[in-house]
Design a protein around this ligand. Structure first.
Ligand code: ATP
Ligand code: MG
Length: 363
């Protein structure tokens, strides 16, 4: 799939923008704070429905304006798709796909697939478990809307269950009904996360081997707070979840919170059997993320049959020449948007591209 046109009105620092983009490589050049990432963010928004920089939609609307509008026209294997989004400082955002208004936000997912790679992604390695869970959840939601609904449901049940634990201040309470709901939905989440990590782990390992000339071996493992094993199906995980809830009930009452479940799970990312978070060099951490991102591209291709759009925000300057070249060489069939402050930095041999110069919200 690829983007053909992008239109912005009163979005961030743009009054009005209409660009026709290249089906392969698009390079967005400009000094700091001119509006490069804003373009990437608008494309991301059309795919995921929320920004990767903020949860507050009102920040996306130009300061002195009330409403913003985004329109993206894309080409997919089975035809053209038009995504429109109206952002309002006071109301919930409204989205249309092919002029049909969406009722639920989740309906947007799956129309446009993107993989974003920005310096912030180092958080997947260096940050806390919350960052790694967000990474997994965002990826699965994109290709599997059912997961998105289950995740929301899980968070609602968890919130209510935790509220009960808090309100009852150390007294034993009957949480049976809640436990069953939590375990059922939670098992679905764990099952799908494990499946996803297994696939993406294999792909990332292959990428990593190539990038490091077979010297390093990358391993990614889903580290669950529920003692699941390889062959566990959904209902096995539900049973284990329930017995973990039983086992931890005293601790829960003490801590006034649910202490096991997918909201406490993590990812282990290892190179040559050592955790990259603690033992990896800066370069190794970056390479691990690069491998993960390249793996995502292949994963989405495998799931939806088409490559997603790749958004590279400010990452080229962080990679050495070899890694840059590796990346560019691997993007032949993938529409890519690259932001950079200096065009010379991009040692790309790809001549087939379009360059956009950005200055103060104008291209
Ligand atoms: P860098 O190279 O530093 O990453 P950039 O070109 O990617 O810069 P962006 O993040 O795209 O910069 O744009 C930042 C600019 O947009 C800033 O000048 C900021 O003040 C402006 N901006 C952000 N949100 C709004 C808004 N809601 N209304 C008006 N201007 C905004
Ligand atoms: Mg930027």
């Amino acid at each position: 799939m690829y983007l053909k046109e992008l239109k912005l009105l009163n979005y961030r620092n743009y009054d009005s923008l209409h660009i026709e983009v290249h089906p392969k490589l698009n390079i967005i050049v400009g000094e700091n704070a001119q509006g490069k990432t804003n373009v990437i963010e608008a494309i991301y928004l059309c795919a995921i429905g929320k920004s990767f920089r903020t949860n507050k939609d009102q920040e996306l609307v130009k300061l002195d304006k009330k409403q913003a509008y985004i329109k993206a026209i894309l080409e997919k294997a089975n035809g053209e798709i038009e995504i429109e989004m109206k952002l309002d400082k006071e109301e919930k955002k409204k989205i249309k796909v092919n002029r049909i208004p969406l009722i639920k936000m989740g309906e947007l997912l799956g129309n446009l697939n993107v993989v974003i790679f920005s310096p912030d992604d180092l958080k997947i390695i260096k940050g806390g478990p919350v960052e790694r869970r967000r990474f997994i959840d965002n990826e699965i939601c994109q290709i599997y809307p059912k997961y998105y609904y289950h995740l929301n449901q899980y968070n609602r049940i968890l919130q209510q269950r935790n509220k009960l634990l808090k309100d009852n201040r150390g007294k034993k309470i009957d949480l049976d009904i809640w436990n069953h709901q939590l375990a059922n939905v939670g098992a679905f989440i764990i099952y799908n996360r494990r499946k996803f990590i297994k696939r993406i782990g294999i792909l990332a390992k292959l990428m990593h081997r190539k990038i490091t000339d077979e010297i390093e071996s990358l391993e990614i493992i889903y580290d669950s707070s529920i003692p699941v094993v390889e062959k566990d199906e959904n209902n096995d995980i539900t049973e284990k979840f329930l017995s973990e809830l039983k086992r931890t009930c005293d601790e829960e009452i003490l801590k006034k919170a649910t202490v096991v479940g997918p909201h406490r799970d993590d990812l282990l990312i290892k190179i040559n059997n050592m955790e990259v978070k603690n033992y990896g060099s800066q370069g190794q951490q970056r390479t691990a993320v690069l491998s993960l991102k390249m793996a995502e591209l292949e994963f989405i291709k495998g799931e939806v049959g088409e490559y997603p759009i790749l958004l590279l925000d400010d990452v080229m300057s962080e990679l050495d020449t070899n890694r840059q070249q590796y990346l560019i060489n691997n993007l032949k069939n993938i529409q890519t948007f690259i932001t950079t402050t200096i065009i010379e930095q991009l040692k790309t041999k790809e001549i087939n591209n379009r360059i956009f110069y950005v200055k103060k919200g104008e291209i």
